[in-house]
Design a protein around this ligand. Structure first.
Ligand code: ADP
Ligand code: MG
Length: 715
């Protein structure tokens, strides 16, 4: 093994280059090395403490306070051995990003020196002075206390800095009365609600429980990479994450030659580094590839427990940006950094592992397993139809508004794709024994018949559906690339829990009445499909026909964030979240407040920046060019004594677009003083048209911003 000798060589030379070291170690040797996982804990804890903590983690239970000090001390000892000097409670405020405040482990020893200490109390609870986070009125500043609390179900990890390391402890973040101020608290609550209902259903269906049911998540993350120099030359990218102006290049994604293409060496170097960093953090990263747009890529993990899946995605978004910096690149996570080419999303692959330890969205091998599968899919159909508006609200943001419904991403209309075969099965169930004409040539009885094998990777995979069954899980594809996955999963967990709860009630009644459970399940699935089949659509979601058809079916179509968020004011939604103890009315209202305000703020600062850029960058460049042109016209006409018609035409073109740009900028500035966000966005679109036209006229050396062609193709 050459790599081993190389390792020795490095160690002997004393040149410990971490990147090189990890490169020549095999993945199992360093996977999870920066995580305080069960394996590591075993080495640092007494047998008693280890047993107690691992039970807590497995059962989502409460931590035994008598072991807290021992656990904290073990964590510190481990972290210090990895070079850590500080710890932080790592949490997820409503900004949708992560937050941290560092404390060092030092404690004066009274003799002029220090000890390194970390107590159980410090591990379990923190009180960051975090009064500046948005709380939507939940936490007026005079009672601004917010507490972070340890989430033992997501393991602590080490973040390596350029000069040291920090122990990060995943925490939830609540107000002094326990009000959720973050995204993790309601996520954990919704996971609990779902687990409870799935357990209840398992019981009714006679499925033996070995464990608690839990939701699983695999988040596919899309992103752009551009050269960092270009990034710094674009103030719009630096400040808003997207280009506010930019002319489509002649060649972009027409040939689809980037998708799954050979990966350029600078990009693969970034990807290798990223995979390594994520593996060290214990995230099971699996795939990497080029996406449709030039400059666009994707990374995806193997699915995990949902809580961990969310944390790993949050961490991934952070690590991506750091690794990009190291490679002289900028990683763009915005949903629509470039107009005219594909935007970026995040496919939310969701399923449930039941109390039997099996995936409940995998069609089973016997009638009994099929029953749990069919009931589960029926519950999801009901849930999505009842709450498609809430799902839409859950993925609403200023960034995602630029992407949804523009023929490259799911439309703003939420519908379900089941595939031909599964649709046929539900149609058979709906028609009951009255028909023999279906494709399978018979009728299907829930809990009695076997299902025909469903293709896990059917060739007719529908890429246009926002909520698609893909063999063993549902894929919610409308999530934005910059979003936290917590939001959509809180909603999916809760609405599915609610639908299962309804089903359980009916089954419980049947059981009391000594009725046959299979027959009752059959009837329930039949009724659900009759009532909710309008949500199923297997066709092309990008067509105008579907928009019309969806309207006929009464499915909501909310094009913008403000429209979509209104549903959060609905009594039905408040009751849903309260019923399952996921969010109180007050907590829901606070989120409505934060999200609407965030949207307003983004649209307004983007508008202000656009106006600034036009005045200080675009117009000066256009003026310089018009001056050149005027000079040229003068000399040509004085020499030739004829009209320089061609040049005069160019000048006319430049001047009229410049005037339009100046005009729209004035309008924009007036609108920014109080007009609606819709109005601001409309003016920004008109302004952009004039500016992009100018970009096509003004010489490249004078144009003050890197072009799309440069940014998308040079790396
Ligand atoms: P695709 O369906 O896009 O072709 P894959 O089958 O590889 O691709 O899955 C995409 C993502 O879905 C991966 O992150 C994968 O781990 C995840 N996934 C697979 N099974 C499940 C499941 N039971 N629960 C949640 N996510 C899952
Ligand atoms: Mg996918």
């Amino acid at each position: 093994m050459a790599s081993r000798s190389r390792l020795k060589e490095i160690v002997n030379k004393g040149e410990l280059d971490m990147a090189e070291l990890t490169q020549i170690r095999t993945v199992p040797e360093y996977f999870g090395e920066n995580v305080f996982n069960l394996k590591t804990m075993r080495n640092y804890l007494s047998a008693k403490a280890y047993k107690s903590l691992s039970e807590t983690i497995k059962n989502n239970g409460k931590l035994d306070p008598t072991i807290a000090d021992e656990v904290a001390d073990a964590m510190k000892t481990w972290a210090v051995s990895k070079g850590a000097t500080h710890y932080t409670h790592w949490f997820q405020p409503l900004t949708g990003t992560t937050a941290e405040k560092h404390d060092s482990f030092i404690q004066p020893d009274g003799e002029g020196g220090v000890l390194l200490t970390f107590s159980g109390e410090e591990l379990i609870q923190g009180e960051p002075d975090a009064s500046s986070f948005p709380s939507g009125g939940l936490r007026p500043t005079f009672e601004a206390r917010g507490y972070t609390g340890w989430d033992p179900t997501s393991p602590a990890f080490i973040k390596e800095g350029p000069q040291g390391a920090t122990l990060c402890i995943p925490t939830y973040f609540v107000g002094w009365k326990g009000e959720a101020l973050d995204k993790k608290t309601p996520l954990l609550r919704s996971m609990k609600a779902l687990s409870k209902q799935v357990g209840r259903l398992a019981d009714l269906l006679g499925i033996k429980a070995k464990q608690n049911a839990y939701a699983t998540l695999g988040g596919e993350q899309e992103y752009f990479l551009i050269d960092r120099d270009f990034y710094y030359q674009r103030i719009d990218l630096v400040q808003t994450g997207r280009t506010l102006f930019g002319k489509e290049p002649a060649k972009h994604q027409q040939m689809a030659d980037h998708y799954f293409g050979a990966i350029k060496s600078r990009v693969i170097a970034f990807m290798e580094d990223l995979d390594r960093e994520m593996w060290k953090l214990g995230a099971p990263i699996k795939t990497r590839h080029n996406e449709v747009s030039p400059g666009q890529f994707e990374i995806a993990p193997i699915f995990e427990n949902q809580n961990l899946g969310v944390d790993h995605n949050m961490l991934c978004m952070e690590v991506m940006q750091k690794v990009a910096e190291k490679h002289g690149l900028a990683c763009l996570l915005h949903e629509k950094p470039f107009k005219g080419v594909n935007g970026s999303g995040k496919h939310n692959n969701w399923s449930v592992t039941g109390p039997d330890g099996k995936n409940w969205l995998s069609p089973g091998e016997n009638p009994h397993e099929n029953e749990r599968f069919l009931v589960m899919v029926a519950a999801i159909i009901k849930a999505v139809d009842n709450y498609s508006d809430l799902l839409r609200a859950g993925i609403a943001s200023a960034g995602n508004d630029h992407r949804l419904g523009s023929h490259e991403a799911p439309p703003a209309i939420v519908s379900i794709y089941l595939g031909e075969q599964l649709t046929d099965i539900f149609e058979q169930i709906e028609k009951g024994s009255a028909t023999k004409s279906s494709k399978q040539g018979g009728t299907l009885e829930v809990g009695v018949d076997s299902l025909p094998p469903l293709p896990r990777h059917a060739s007719d995979r529908n890429r246009t559906s926002p909520f698609a069954f893909t063999g063993s899980k549902f894929e919610f594809r409308a999530v934005g690339s910059a979003h936290s996955l917590a939001g959509p999963n809180i909603i999916i967990n809760t609405i599915v829990a609610d639908a299962i709860s309804d089903i359980c009630e009916e089954l419980e009644d049947a059981k009391k009445g000594k009725k046959d459970i299979n027959k009752t399940a059959q009837k329930i699935v039949q009724e659900i499909i009759k009532k909710h089949k309008r949500i199923i659509f297997n066709g092309d979601n990008y067509t105008e026909d579907w928009v019309k058809e969806a309207k006929k079916r009464g499915l909501p179509n909310m094009k913008t964030t403000p429209e979509a968020l209104e549903v959060m004011k609905d009594k039905r939604i408040a009751e849903l979240f309260e019923r399952h103890k996921v969010l109180s009315k007050k907590e829901l209202d606070s989120r409505y407040g934060v999200y609407t305000e965030t949207y307003e703020t983004i649209v307004r600062y983007e508008g202000a920046l656009a106006a600034d850029m036009v005045k200080t960058l675009i117009v000066p460049a256009a003026l310089e060019y018009t001056a050149n042109l005027a000079e040229t016209i003068k000399s040509i006409e004085s020499i030739n004594k004829t009209k320089a018609t061609a040049v005069r035409n160019i000048l006319k073109d430049v001047a009229s677009n410049m005037e339009k740009a100046a005009d729209e900028t004035t309008k924009l500035e007036t609108a920014l003083k109080g007009a609606s966000t819709d109005k601001i966005r409309k003016i920004m679109a008109d302004l952009r048209e004039a500016v992009d036209a100018l970009e096509g006229l003004v010489p490249a050396e004078i144009w003050p911003l890197p072009s799309y062609a440069e940014m998308l193709f040079i790396s």
